[in-house]
Every structure is written in C-alpha cells, then in structure tokens.
Design a protein around this ligand. Structure first.
Ligand code: ADP
Ligand code: MG
Ligand code: ZN
Length: 483
C-alpha cells in the first residue's frame, strides 16, 4: 500500500496593536469586551464618500515583522480591493494587498520537539484590514464593527511543513516573535491571532502538490494541531479508498473535533482584486528599512544563543526560557538582580513552573506572580551561600509564591537557616544510626540505597535544615566506622 505524507502551509492573521485603525482614526479596542459599535466612524462603517488614510505605525509594525522573518521589503507595496459581501464588511470589499505585498521571500526556523530545527519559507506578508464581528442570537444576527478596519497582517508560509507537529512548532515560533516585537499579544482566545491550515497529502517520495483544503476557525494552537491531524487522516483515507480530495474551505468543529466543509473554494479570480483607487502606492525608502531593522529588539533565536554562550545555560533550558517573552523577561530580571543564571534557570523551569502548573497559570502570566524575580534571585543566592538548603528553598518558594515576602527575612523569622555545625550534624547522624540498627546492618550487607533512608532520618531530626552534603559525608564516614 502507498504511504502518504502531509504537505502543510499556514496562513496567519495577526492584528497589529496600533492605537488607531488601519485607515481611520478610530481606536483599536478589545473586541471581546468593548461595548459594540463605539469605536466606529464613517470610514470603517463604509459610508459612501468616506476616504481611507494609511496608518504609518501599522506599516512600520508590518516592516518589523517582515524583517524579523528575514523577508525582502520591496521598494513599494500597493493596496488592493478584494470584493466580497458579508454583513461584517460594510464596504462590500476588504482593503488588502495582492500583487505587491509589503514583504516577500523570508524564512523562519522552527524548533522541533527532538531538539532539531527546520527552516520554513515565508512566501509573503501583507497588510489588510480586519472585518467586524457577527453574533447570532435567536434567529437574529448582530453586527459589531469595533473590529472593522483594525490593522491585520497576513503572513503566508510556503507549503514546507510535513506534519501537524511542524505546523504547531511554526505557529508557536511565529507567535513568540510577534510577542517579542510587541506588535501582537498572541492571545488567541481574543482572536487577535488566527491560524488557517492548508493541507494536502501525497505519496511519500513524490514532489507533486495535490489538491489541498484550507481549515479555518482554528482558535487555539491545540485546535490547529488537532484540525491539521484530522484533515491529514481524512485525506489519506480518501486517496487510499480510490477517491479524490476536493478543494474546499473547511471549518474546525471544536465540539465534535472534526473538520466540516464550509464552501467549495473560490479562486482569487472570484474576488475581482484591483488596485485600491483611494490610496496611493506605498514607497518604502531604504533608510526607513534600515532604521526599523536597527531598532528591532533581540529576537528569541538570538536570545537563546546568548543564554547558552554568555550565561552557560543548556540548549534545553535556554529554549524553554525564550519560548515565552514574559518568561525570558522574568529570567533576565532575576539574573540582573544577582541570581546565578544556571541556578535561576533550574528553579524557574523546575519548581516554579510546577507551582504555576498546579495553579493552572499560563507561563505568560509569570510577570504577575507574587514570587518576584528579585526574590527568586535571593533564594538562589541563599542556597549558594549555604544559608539554606535546597529543601528549605523549595518550601520557601512555595510560601512566597502563595503569599509573597522577602526570602532573607523569612529565613530569619522562621529560623530556617541551614545547620552546618559539624558537631551538631555528627551527633544527629550518630543518633540516626543508633535508632535504626536493622537498616544499618542491611546497608553494610550491601543494600546501598538504604543510605537515602538514613539521610531522611537525619534530615527529619534536623527539621529539614541540615547541610545535605555534609550529612552525606558524615553518614558515609560513620557507616564505614561501624563495619
Ligand atoms: P490562497 O491565497 O488562494 O489562499 P495560496 O496559493 O496563496 O492560496 O496559498 C495559501 C497557503 O496554502 C500557503 O501557505 C501555501 O503554502 C499553501 N499551499 C498551497 N498549495 C498547497 C498544497 N497543495 N498543499 C498544502 N499547502 C498548500
Ligand atoms: Mg487563503
Ligand atoms: Zn473608523
């Protein structure tokens, strides 16, 4: 039987977080909470005779994204009318870009779960305007045009992905870059970032491009992955049973976890694209491009390399830390506050992430937790200086995570300072050995792992505050002496 492989290309719509809309002065408001139809004017309501004006900041944000994705920025770009009628689009057309997009021919390196990277081509990125929102209630449809005219950047990849896993990695990386650039929050639940997955399958080894379907309504990265997986399996079955995949626009039904045909795909001819007569061609000077390029913030790949080379982190830790802008910022603030980078990374990706998971907090919410980066830096330093041991540090971390507080002050107040006085430790070790003669005998008879049991006894006697390394050494010595 023929084996099939998927071919996937993603189209991503990212709202640009400008203050005003793409072609008018209306404010960009949160379209999930704002009172409907407040941020509107004749331009974004599509009143006859109202004329659009290009938002310079939106063009600059788009340039930032284009450059971050290693695109060429052509000397000019041009807006075009894309005709279609829908009640959330009052003009009867969307201003988009067609023949002359703002950015072309870029790439993005994605990080795969096995630690490898793969380069995915970026075909183009172009500016357009968002449509409004429809709400369907009791047989009526309500229109909210707050979102109509919000700047939207459409980023189109090459069909370079070969698994749902790669599509997910692409989505995550792109989302991270947009967050680093500060042009998009990445909050998919608010719809400011939306993915469409184009999927086809073909016999392994062939380089043909078979008929694809496009999946819309992917409201989370999980939905993107599941929808793509579903479509790969469905199409594979169609070909295997001797059928033929039909080109179509599909929707993702979140409740049923299946794709459903929405419409048989129209071609670009159907949109009757033509140059937007109400807007000038946008010339992009090389000086502007250079200025924007020079002002780009450090992006995740560069940050990861710096974390490895300058701070000595492992590739794994560095990748985890840079994956979320807020986490990278938290980490850097802790290092800035004097925390040892490797130790901070350990506590952060281990114990702190565990605490956040338990509470159901997203990693991007790390900026708002009670354990400040400065407190984490202090905790780490207290351990390194031998003032507290690792177990106490973990305990303190939980307490500060829940209630806040200063590590050094809490160590004082709660009497948590490490016990490292040799004679005290030595006595505790001797007592533990005296109280557990059976375990001592079994240890001496070769059951090595019993040293952990004895270690636990000593630690308990010292109320968790003993110097673990010293205890380990004394235990070994005293056990040898009893042989
Ligand atoms: P349109 O503008 O009509 O949506 P494009 O040709 O611009 O279509 O492609 C949109 C996306 O679909 C791109 O990401 C592209 O890589 C991807 N794509 C195109 N053909 C295929 C195919 N046969 N299989 C999978 N993806 C495809
Ligand atoms: Mg498309
Ligand atoms: Zn407006």
């Amino acid at each position: 039987m023929t084996a099939y492989e998927p071919v996937i290309g993603l189209e991503v719509h990212a709202e640009l977080e400008t203050r005003s809309k793409m072609f008018c002065g209306c404010a960009v408001v949160d379209s999930t909470t704002g009172e409907p139809n407040r941020a509107v004017c004749p331009v974004c309501l599509g009143m006859p005779g109202a004329l659009p004006v290009i938002n310079r900041q939106a063009v600059e944000f788009a340039l930032m994204v284009g450059l971050a994705l290693h695109c060429e920025i052509p000397a000019f770009n041009q807006f075009a009318r894309k005709s279609y009628f829908y009640p959330d689009l009052p003009k009867g057309y969307q201003i988009s870009q067609f023949e002359y997009p703002l950015a072309i021919n870029g790439w993005l390196d994605i990080d795969l779960p096995d630690g490898s990277t793969k380069r995915i081509g970026i075909r183009r990125a172009h500016l357009e305007e968002d449509a409004g929102k429809l709400t369907h209630v009791n047989g009526h449809s309500l229109v909210d045009l707050n979102r109509a005219g919000v700047p939207l950047l459409e980023i189109v990849s090459e069909a370079d992905m070969r698994s749902a896993e790669e599509a997910e990695a692409y989505a995550r990386k792109l989302r991270t870059i947009l967050q680093y650039l500060g042009v998009n929050s990445g909050d998919m639940s608010k719809g400011v970032l939306r993915f469409e997955s184009n999927v086809s399958v073909r016999p392994v080894g062939s380089d043909e491009l078979r008929t694809r379907t496009e999946i819309k309504n992917l409201n989370s990265i999980r939905a993107l992955t599941r929808g793509t997986e579903y479509e790969i399996a469905r199409q594979t079955k169609v070909w295997e049973s001797g059928g033929e995949v039909q080109q179509a626009t599909m929707g993702w039904d979140e409740a049923r976890q299946v794709t459903v045909v929405q419409r048989v795909k129209e071609s670009s001819d159907d949109y009757r694209y033509f140059p937007e007569p109400d807007l000038p061609i946008v010339e992009i000077s090389r000086e502007w491009v250079d200025r924007v390029r020079a002002a780009l913030p450090e992006l995740p790949d560069a940050k990861e390399t710096r974390f490895i080379e300058a701070l000595g982190l492992t590739r794994y830790d560095a990748a985890v830390l840079v994956a979320e802008r807020a986490v990278a910022e938290y980490f850097e603030a802790a290092v800035q506050a004097g925390g040892d980078p490797k130790q901070v990374a350990n506590y952060l990706t281990g114990d702190l992430f565990r605490l956040m998971n338990q509470e159901g907090r997203e990693r991007e919410e790390i900026g708002g937790i009670k354990l400040t980066p400065q407190a984490l830096a202090k905790l780490v330093t207290l351990v390194q200086q031998g003032t507290i041991n690792h177990g106490v540090a973990k305990q303190l971390m939980e307490s500060i995570y829940a209630e806040g507080g200063d590590p050094a002050a809490l160590v004082e107040q709660r009497g948590l300072a490490q016990v490292s006085d040799e004679s005290v430790l030595s006595e505790a070790v001797a007592a533990a050995l005296d109280e557990n003669p059976d375990e001592v005998a079994r240890y001496l008879a070769g059951e090595d792992k019993l040293i952990q049991f004895l270690m636990g006894k000593v630690m308990r006697a010292l109320r968790g505050k003993g110097d673990a390394q010293a205890i380990q050494r004394l235990l070994a010595e005293q056990l040898e002496a009893r042989r």
